[in-house]
Design a protein. Structure first.
Ligand SMILES: Nc1ncnc2c1ncn2[C@@H]1O[C@H](COP(=O)(O)OP(=O)(O)OP(=O)(O)O)[C@@H](O)[C@H]1O
Length: 264
């Protein structure tokens, strides 16, 4: 379970550059919930994700994962609860290390084992089993340096590494935005499969409204640091992109400024 209680974050308070990035966010995600977050430019989506990850500490309010108040827990200490895939395929993996070394780091993060425990035959077989589910042949390239993989392959590996340890929360940070359409399709298919396989509680930020409608059982629309609209379960299933644009216009009295969504 993930809980946000009256979370506020303001950058450069009391200066001409003041930005209210999160305003009184209160939400609960239950076990297995999958929320897609959309919103206008500068709405606070990344700040919200960073607050969950621990790279931003809120000014007020608190964040709970299960029964633990993690509000001030550092990113490193929080990592055992979280899996995260970034927009940049280069961000989730270490290029100069091999596939199995990268997987060992992910494995060690949650299982209190370090890469220095070595990759045993049994662990290697387990990694190969996981990699074979991606169906892109990475199981035969365990000792290849990750820097040699294509962007799509690397993002698939990041996704696998973020999920196979069964984190309490999976954070997807526009994780398909930098990929070409065929690779995007692959990563979306894998996202669906891996989230279902591990029943992961998931928070996905996306600029594509179709994707937000298509994925998950919940949807949050953000603007100016607030969640201004949400839809759950059946109500969400029946939404269309024009419903979302209309909802934004009705609530805010203006059109949504979302450059990347318009480009897609
Ligand atoms: N580190 C920071 N320092 C100062 N201001 C920041 C910082 N990070 C975000 N902001 C500001 O906080 C607000 C919310 O930004 P955020 O990046 O969370 O929005 P977003 O919804 O992810 O936007 P986009 O879709 O355009 O990437 C914006 O006004 C932004 O300029």
């Amino acid at each position: 379970m993930l809980q946000l209680n009256q979370v506020h974050k303001t950058f450069y308070p009391n200066t001409p550059d003041e930005r209210q990035a999160l305003v009184d966010i209160t939400q609960v995600l239950n076990e297995g919930d999958f929320v897609s977050i959309i919103g206008s430019n500068g709405a606070g989506k990344s700040t919200l994700l960073n607050t969950l990850a621990g790279s931003i500490i809120p000014d007020e309010g608190d964040v709970w994962i299960d029964e633990r108040n993690v509000t001030t827990l550092t990113e490193e200490k929080r990592a055992k609860y979280l899996g995260r895939v970034f927009q940049n395929p280069m961000a989730g993996t270490a290029p100069h290390m091999t596939i199995e070394e990268n997987m060992m780091i992910a494995f060690g993060r949650t299982k209190r084992r370090s890469i220095f425990s070595g990759v045993t035959k049994q662990v290697r077989e387990r990694f190969q089993d996981h990699l074979s589910t991606l169906e892109i042949g990475l199981e035969n390239r365990l000792t290849s340096k990750v820097g040699l993989l294509s962007g799509g392959e690397r993002q698939a590996l990041s996704l696998l590494m973020a999920t196979f340890t069964e984190p309490r929360i999976l954070l997807l940070d526009e994780h398909t935005a930098a990929l070409d359409p065929s690779k995007e399709e692959l990563i979306l298919k894998l996202t669906r499969e891996l989230v279902e396989k591990h029943s992961l509680t998931t928070v996905m930020v996306t600029h594509q409204m179709e994707q937000a409608i298509d994925f998950g059982n919940r949807l949050w629309m953000m603007d100016e640091g607030q969640i201004i609209f949400e839809a759950n379960d059946e109500e969400k299933d029946n939404l269309s992109v024009s419903d979302l644009l209309k909802a934004f216009q009705d609530i805010r009295g203006k059109k949504m400024a979302n450059d990347r969504a318009l480009l897609n």
